[in-house]
Design a binder for this molecule. Structure first.
Ligand SMILES: [Zn+2]
Length: 320
């Protein structure tokens, strides 16, 4: 019998991660190509098309048959028809894109489209740190904070694809402005960009020497982590505050869904073991005992492949 494979795609602001894998999410081939997001919608669609063609070629060489495509994309995805519902930062013109239709037209293959944080959560649930969880919450700390949840084997999408926006749960009423237009969101305190703006402010008021040879406004989360790892006290203070904010901020999500496993991943967590330790300490101090009884906090195991693995598994589930 011809081997059945699925294509998984994880679209980001700078690259498309793609892979070929089986229904259980195990990957046999992966690739990364530029997403060309700065050039707008048509360029992104071309990048996705090229990634699918490369995966189809690879499947052909293996004598396997591709049965479907899964895509994790930034933004809110309509759970019924796979259309992007709102404008997406860094992906110009993405709002309104009918991705299911696009893959059907180009490749005559069924496609499952979901939010990138949902795809990553599904990847960790299927074969990673969340395997076997009854109620799994996944939180990804990168530039922003992504969230996803699987309850009793079902990915929680919400009525209009907007569930588990953990980064935009309230951390401080009337607090710092957030990228989403609201104020006081957790992401503005514990997300990469939030910690970097905090760092820039403290640098401006505390001292004036340049960090990493850059002006304050040019500093990124990568610079912040690097400064922390080289024992810069201010950078570590900012990062520690961010980790504690995340621990305290997660209290709301934990009280709402009472998870048995919280999977934490993302660039900041991977680079800085202390971050996970501090956030866990804070969380265990804040959360009510009844929500802590069976709670396990674990580091994500699939790293930046979680989205591709989840997209493959979602494609397989969509086909069945
Ligand atoms: Zn927000």
């Amino acid at each position: 019998m011809t081997e059945a494979l699925f294509i998984g795609l994880d679209l980001g602001g700078t690259e498309v991660k793609s892979g070929l894998g089986s229904a259980d999410g195990s990957l046999c081939w992966t690739e990364r190509t530029p997403s060309e997001a700065h050039l707008g919608k048509d360029a992104i669609l071309q990048a996705l098309e090229a990634a699918v063609r490369a995966a189809l070629d690879e499947a052909r060489n293996r004598g396997a048959q591709v049965r479907g495509i899964g895509l994790g994309t930034p933004g809110v995805v309509d759970p019924t028809d796979g259309v992007i519902l709102y404008p997406v930062a860094n992906l110009g013109g993405w709002h309104g894109t009918d991705l299911k239709g696009f893959f059907a037209d180009r490749f005559n293959l069924p496609a499952v489209i979901d939010n990138d944080a949902n795809a990553a959560a599904w990847g960790e649930y299927i074969s990673g740190a969340g395997r076997g969880a009854r109620v799994m919450l996944m939180v990804t700390v990168g530039t922003g904070i992504g969230g996803g949840a699987v309850i009793s084997g079902e990915l929680v999408r919400g009525a209009s694809g907007g569930a588990l926006e953990v980064g935009h749960t309230l951390f401080e009423a009337s607090g710092r402005p957030c990228n989403c237009g609201l104020t006081g969101c957790m992401e503005a305190y514990a997300g990469g960009w939030g910690m970097v703006s905090d760092w820039r402010e403290r640098l401006a008021s505390d001292r004036h020497e340049a960090v990493a040879g850059k002006k304050e406004e040019e500093l990124t989360v990568t610079d912040l982590i690097a400064a922390g790892l080289s024992d810069d006290p201010l950078a570590n203070e900012v990062l520690d505050d961010g980790a504690r904010a995340l621990g305290a901020g997660l209290m709301s999500a934990i009280h709402l869904i009472n998870p048995d496993v919280v999977v934490i991943g993302g660039g900041v967590i991977d680079a800085r073991p202390r971050h996970l330790q501090l956030l866990e300490e804070t969380l265990r101090e804040k959360v009510l005992p009844k929500a802590l009884a069976r709670l396990e906090i674990v580091r994500a195991t699939h790293g930046n492949q979680a989205g591709v693995i989840g997209a493959v598994a979602l494609a397989a589930a969509g086909e069945g």
